[in-house]
Design a protein around this ligand. Structure first.
Ligand code: PRP
Length: 211
């Protein structure tokens, strides 16, 4: 998640610490914090994720039963692991597309302005669409993306997020399906990063700073 969500809410902690570190933003956002030693405690196992995906896919199949083709849209980069597991569990005709959004500008505080960095390759007018997100934090990203995609007049549009942090919400948004509700912890793994690290962990872990 780079500096989104948890990290922004904890910048004060960084500033107040005995050994404050420089906050580097833009392409290197989060690098300074990532140089601080940390360990990762498993929070949600790979087995639990797989079991939850099976349940979710049953619901999604019921919702989209009879579809000609479901366009499954992954939000880059964090959703790449989730969407890979999700589509392999879905017994529906599907097409995969990707969209990249960035909710944070170059300032230290979140601009809450969502920018589209990479748009869909295909059109979705009159199509069934499922938007796949790794985590809903403030809600700005998925709220903006679903409104954008709705303006393109899909037949049906639903959203799914593996993780949801309702305590961090700033806009009134809830995905149609959620894998796990979690407290306001800094999580990594299963596609989610800390300064671009740890996306390849097969489970969701909680970052614990050791210094
Ligand atoms: C993270 C995450 C979501 C978004 C959630 O993306 O993957 O897309 O933040 O935050 P929000 O609910 O507060 O909008 P990030 O911008 O870190 O990019 P990434 O997916 O490439 O890690």
């Amino acid at each position: 998640m780079s500096l989104s969500g948890w990290a922004f809410s904890n910048l004060a902690f960084e500033r107040d610490s005995a050994a404050p570190c420089r906050i580097v933003l833009g392409e290197n956002q989060g690098v300074a914090m990532a140089t601080r030693p940390y360990e990762i405690d498993e929070m949600i196992s790979a087995k639990s994720i797989a079991a939850r995906i099976e349940d979710l896919c049953r619901d999604i199949q019921t919702e989209f039963e009879g579809t000609d083709k479901l366009v499954v849209v992954g939000l880059l980069r964090g959703s790449f692991v989730f969407i890979a597991d999700l589509v392999r569990e879905l017994d529906l005709p599907i097409e995969v597309d990707f969209l990249e959004a960035s909710s944070y500008g170059d300032g230290m505080e979140s601009s809450r302005e969502v920018r589209i960095l990479k748009d869909l390759r295909g059109t979705i007018e009159g199509r069934d669409v499922l938007v796949v997100e790794d985590i809903v934090d403030t809600g700005h990203t998925l709220n903006h993306v679903t409104n954008l995609l709705l303006s393109r007049l899909p037949a049906r549009l639903k959203s799914i997020a593996l993780l949801d942090k309702p305590s961090r919400r700033e806009v009134d948004f809830k995905a149609d399906w959620t894998g796990f509700e979690i407290p306001d912890e800094f999580v990594v793994g299963y596609g989610i990063d800390f300064a671009q690290r740890n996306r390849n962990l097969p489970y969701i872990g909680k970052v614990r700073f050791t210094e």
